[in-house]
Design a protein around this ligand. Structure first.
Ligand SMILES: Cc1cc2nc3c(=O)[nH]c(=O)nc-3n(C[C@H](O)[C@H](O)[C@H](O)COP(=O)(O)OP(=O)(O)OC[C@H]3O[C@@H](n4cnc5c(N)ncnc54)[C@H](O)[C@@H]3O)c2cc1C
Length: 408
C-alpha cells in the first residue's frame, strides 16, 4: 500500500498522546502535527501554577523532548489551519499551503472566553491560556504590585495563589455568590475562600465588573456597586469555548464541541477528534459531555489513535481533574452535578485535608479530595465499578480508608 498520511491539527495534550499512540498502535507511515504555537506540545496546567510562580522553565513544560518525536518520526509544522476540504482530503493553512491527508485528527482544544469589558485592550490586561499569556503577565509580577483577578474559578484561584506566593497584593472578583460556583458544592467554596483569606488574598463575591480604566496601561477596575480596585495587572479567567469552527465549516457535526462517538469518530470516517474540543458520550454518567481536562485529552488521544489504525479501543474513562493551590492538592473524581447529598470526611473547617463525597440517589457520583490521595483512589474505584457504600461509613475516620469497602 502507498504511503499514508495522518495529519493532526492542534499540538497540545491530545495531539502529543495521539501521535505517540499512533506509533504504538502500529501506524508506520507519515505523521504531521500542525499547531499554531511556536513550541512542542507542553503541559498547560503549570501555566497558572509553577510556571507563573517562576518555579518552572519553558523546557520543563514540554510533554516530551524533541528527541522523542525525532526517534518516532513524528513531524511538526507551525501554522494555522483555515480550511478542511473533506471531498479532496486536504487542509489549507493561513499562508496558502495545502496539505493532503488520508486520515485527519482534530485536537483543536479550547480558547479563552472573552469578557468583552470596556478597557480590555489596555496594556496590563491579560487572559491565561498559553505560554505567551504568562510571558505577558510576568513583567508585572513583583512584591507589593497589585493584581486584580476577574473570575473565581480554578484558574483564577490558582493564579491568585501563584501571585500571592510572590508577595503580590491580590484581589479576586467573582460575579456569582460564591467562588467555584459552577464546579463545586458550597462546602468547597467556603473552604477555598477561607484558605485564600488566610493566605492574604481579598475575595469579593456577588460583584460585577463594569470597566477597566487607565491611560494606556490599566490603573483600576470599576465595579457596578461603585467600588474600585487599583491594579498594576488584571487577569481575566471566565472560562473557555471549544474550537469548533474549523470543523463546523467543513460540515462536521458540532454541538457544544465536535460530536464524537465512543471511538472518537466524527461523522466523517476519515476524521477523528480528541480533547477539549470534543463532545462525547460518557457511559458512567449515561450522557454526553464536553470536558476540559488533561486526563480526558490523553485518554481520547489513545482511543482516536487506535481507531485510525483500525483497532477498537472504546473510550470509557471516569472524568477526573486536579487543582494545586498553596500546599493544597485537590483531586476530583467524577462529576458532582445533580448530587442530592454531600458528606465530609475530615475537618473541613480547621484543617487543610479532607474529602467531600457527592451522592445521587444513594450512589457515589463524585469526590473532591484535598490532600487525600487514598480517598481519591478509592472514589475512582467506587464510581467506575458502580460499587455501593454508605455515606455514614465514608465519614467515619475511625475506619482506615483501605478498610472502607470491606464492611459493605
Ligand atoms: C492555566 C490552565 C491551567 C489548567 N490546569 C489544569 C489542571 O490542573 N488539570 C487539568 O486536568 N486540566 C487543566 N487545564 C486544562 C487543560 O490544559 C486542557 O484540558 C488541555 O490543555 C486540553 O488539551 P487539548 O490538546 O485538547 O487542547 P489545547 O491544550 O487547548 O490545545 C489545542 C491547540 O490547538 C491549537 N489550534 C486550535 N485550532 C487550530 C488551528 N485551526 N490550526 C492550528 N492550531 C490550532 C490551539 O492554539 C492549541 O495550541 C488547564 C488549562 C489552563 C489554560
Amino acid at each position: 500500500m502507498s504511503n499514508q498520511v495522518c495529519l493532526i491539527v492542534g499540538a497540545s495534550h491530545a495531539a502529543a498522546q495521539l501521535s505517540t499512540s499512533l506509533r504504538q498502535e502500529g501506524w508506520e507511515d507519515d505523521i504531521l502535527v500542525i499547531g499554531d504555537e511556536p513550541y512542542l506540545p507542553y503541559h498547560r496546567p503549570p501555566l497558572s501554577k509553577t510556571f507563573l510562580s517562576g518555579d518552572k522553565t519553558i523546557e520543563e513544560l514540554f510533554i516530551r523532548p524533541a528527541a522523542f518525536y525525532q526517534k518516532n518520526n513524528i513531524q511538526f509544522k507551525q501554522g494555522w489551519v483555515t480550511v478542511i476540504n473533506r471531498a479532496q482530503q486536504t487542509l489549507t493553512l493561513s499562508d496558502g499551503t495545502k496539505l493532503a491527508y488520508d486520515k485527519l485528527a482534530l485536537c483543536l482544544g479550547a480558547r479563552v472566553r472573552k469578557a468583552s469589558l470596556v478597557g480590555e485592550e489596555l496594556t496590563g490586561v491579560h487572559y491565561l491560556r498559553n505560554i505567551a499569556d504568562v510571558q505577558g503577565i510576568q513583567p508585572y509580577v513583583a512584591k507589593d504590585k497589585r493584581a486584580v483577578i476577574i473570575g473565581g474559578g480554578y484558574i483564577g484561584l490558582e493564579t491568585a495563589a501563584a501571585l500571592r506566593k510572590q508577595g503580590m497584593d491580590v484581589v479576586v472578583l467573582e460575579m456569582a455568590d460564591r467562588i467555584l460556583q459552577r464546579v463545586t458544592a458550597p462546602e468547597l467554596s467556603e473552604f477555598y475562600a477561607r484558605i485564600h483569606r488566610e493566605e492574604g488574598v481579598k475575595i469579593y463575591t456577588g460583584i460585577s465588573v463594569t470597566a477597566i480604566c487607565g491611560d494606556g496601561h490599566v490603573e483600576k477596575v470599576l465595579c457596578a456597586n461603585g467600588v474600585e480596585f487599583a491594579a498594576d495587572v488584571v487577569i481575566v479567567g471566565v472560562g473557555v469555548l471549544p474550537n469548533v469552527e474549523l470543523a463546523e465549516e467543513a460540515g462536521i457535526e458540532v454541538n457544544n464541541g465536535i460530536i464524537v462517538d465512543e471511538f472518537c469518530r466524527t461523522n466523517d470516517p476519515n476524521i477523528v477528534a480528541a480533547g477539549d474540543c470534543t463532545n462525547h458520550f460518557n457511559k458512567i454518567y449515561d450522557r454526553r459531555m464536553r470536558l476540559e481536562s488533561v486526563p480526558n485529552a490523553g485518554e481520547q488521544g489513545k482511543t482516536a489513535a487506535a481507531t485510525l489504525c483500525g483497532h477498537s479501543k472504546e473510550y470509557q474513562s471516569l472524568p477526573w481533574f486536579w487543582s494545586d493551590q498553596y500546599d493544597l492538592k485537590l483531586q476530583i473524581a467524577g462529576l458532582s452535578q445533580g448530587y442530592d447529598q454531600v458528606v465530609i470526611r475530615g475537618d473541613r473547617d480547621a484543617s487543610r485535608s479532607f474529602a467531600a463525597f457527592y451522592f445521587k440517589e444513594g450512589h457515589l457520583i463524585a469526590a473532591d479530595c484535598i490532600n487525600r490521595p487514598q480517598e481519591f483512589m478509592l472514589s475512582k474505584k467506587i464510581i467506575t465499578e458502580g460499587l455501593m457504600i454508605k455515606p455514614s461509613r465514608l465519614v467515619d475516620e475511625s475506619i482506615p480508608v483501605k478498610d472502607l469497602l470491606s464492611g459493605e
